[in-house]
Design a binder for this molecule. Sequence first.
Ligand SMILES: Cc1cc2nc3c(=O)[nH]c(=O)nc-3n(C[C@H](O)[C@H](O)[C@H](O)COP(=O)(O)OP(=O)(O)OC[C@H]3O[C@@H](n4cnc5c(N)ncnc54)[C@H](O)[C@@H]3O)c2cc1C
Ligand code: FES
Length: 250
Amino acid sequence: MKILKNEKIRENVFLLVVEDKKIASTAKPGQFVQVKLNNPSPFILRRPFSIHCVEESTFHILYKVVGEGTKVLSAYTPDNEIDILGPLGNGFELNKDETSNYYKNVLLVAGGIGIAPLYFVAKKIQESGGTVNTLIGAANKNEILCKENFEKLGTVNTSTEDGSDGIKGLVTDLLKDAPKPEIMFACGPAPMLKAIQSYASTHFIPCQLSLEQYMACGIGICLGCAVPIKNGYKYVCKDGPVFWSDEVKL
Ligand SMILES: Cc1cc2nc3c(=O)[nH]c(=O)nc-3n(C[C@H](O)[C@H](O)[C@H](O)COP(=O)(O)OP(=O)(O)OC[C@H]3O[C@@H](n4cnc5c(N)ncnc54)[C@H](O)[C@@H]3O)c2cc1C
Ligand code: FES
């Protein structure tokens, strides 16, 4: 696939734009891709990244440099070809019922780079005439990502651990003042998801969580991404990465 852009948007955060008609036309919000990286010989494992959004014949990946693979990815330029498998996984369930009507009043909750898959959700809900409220939490202002993009689609409230953007505290501290939604969609670190799960259950709000489990194959073969659910195990790559919050044990 052809890289059109690999732009640094913040310290250690990049936006990769890749041309691929098939992924751009078939991807659903919440799905992911597996990226093969070379340094100069290929890494054994592909790296999973959410589809941030699609535009015409391109799809976008928003990623944070955390280790060797993402460091190598950040050095790719539009001259490089890239080997990407996808779209993979189930994606968020945006339809309220079998009528193919989308939820109309949605609350998105993101922690750090967990914002990545939620932009695609926000765009779809807004395009269908729905209301999108977004809560973004991060360690500091530099790690509050995509705020302006979400503000174009609805309201945004932020929290930072050092108080440099929004309220000082955790994103879950914003929940008590958020308008009650029809459904919540969340992505972020495990402790945040656990708190969201508990909030959704206490307030009887349907909620879907996107999990970022370590992955190997990404296609349901290695069984390396199992997560416990109420009645056994499911695989994040094949059955997820999105799960109903009352289904998973976090
Ligand atoms: C379904 C899915 C979607 C994802 N979407 C995105 C995305 O849109 N943007 C993004 O920046 N990242 C995303 N991730 C996480 C991303 O896959 C990892 O950050 C990446 O694989 C790290 O590769 P690396 O070689 O740079 O780091 P490594 O050298 O492999 O690891 C460096 C550090 O990152 C931690 N790490 C590695 N993989 C994960 C993981 N899956 N979850 C939590 N911590 C991890 C390791 O513990 C280690 O501390 C997603 C993960 C999954 C499973
Ligand atoms: S990563 Fe191999 S089964 Fe999920």
